[in-house]
Ligand binder design. Sequence first.
Ligand code: BEZ
Ligand code: FE
Length: 289
Amino acid sequence: MNDIPPNEAKISAQAVAAFGNTPTPRLRQVLQGLVRHLHAFASEVELSEEEWLEGIRFLTDTGRMCDGVVRQEFILLSDVLGLSMLVDAINHRAAKAATETTVFGPFYIAGMPERGQGENMAFTPGEPALVLGRVLDTDGEPIANTVLDVWQTAENGMYSGQDTEQPLSNLRGRYRTDEEGRFAIRTIVPVSYPIPTDGPVGRLLQASDRHPWRPAHLHFMVMAEGRRTLVTHLFNHDDPYLESDVVFGVKDSLKVVYQRCQADHPLAERYDFDGPFRLAAYDFVLERA
Ligand code: BEZ
Ligand code: FE
């Protein structure tokens, strides 16, 4: 880094010191750290006045793009900057035995229908799939009555809520484990899709020659009493975007194979498949709260 001229270093020191009386110690630490790093960034790149103004315009546009319902452009920005996954990593350092976490994303909708074992949550076309597994504690014991809140895009790459043509409950639902900790989700095989590019985050990606794609995945929020809630995805193991996820969310332990099964497969009748389908299996492990 360049040597910072004394008058510039003085401004930075004054700004950091100005937050020195913040009564809450943690807030003081966060604010002073933020100001210190923001100033170091401006000094390092020798920010021009035009660039500063462009940054203000960018953040203003980002705020304007948020609608308080489905569109949260600031979370999207955090995601493409890798900040969301960094915060996730910082906050799950100790959870070695539990299933790994990944980014929450902006498309979760609370209050989706409770679904029975094996109930189909897909009301739009796609390759039929069954996702089976168990929820276990870190000793390998099943956890009954766990809620798995699940969501994914339709084949057109859009979530219900984003795409008003889909019923809101399409490809969403809350499944519950049985006494043996088992769950069964009937759905369609997830597809890769681009994150929304019609706002400032899309312009940022374009200006930096980055693609907007996420590898195909199924979202999970797994909740059980006395356990830490798990927010994660299962990724299709063969997706072309696994190595370049625009939000850096992929972890090897979260990849699943959707095996090809024929209509005479032993599970076909039980789960109402009258033709070929895909089968994926995964056990989730929850740590104590
Ligand atoms: C998602 O997977 O739904 C998602 C995550 C981060 C940004 C945009 C979408
Ligand atoms: Fe997603």
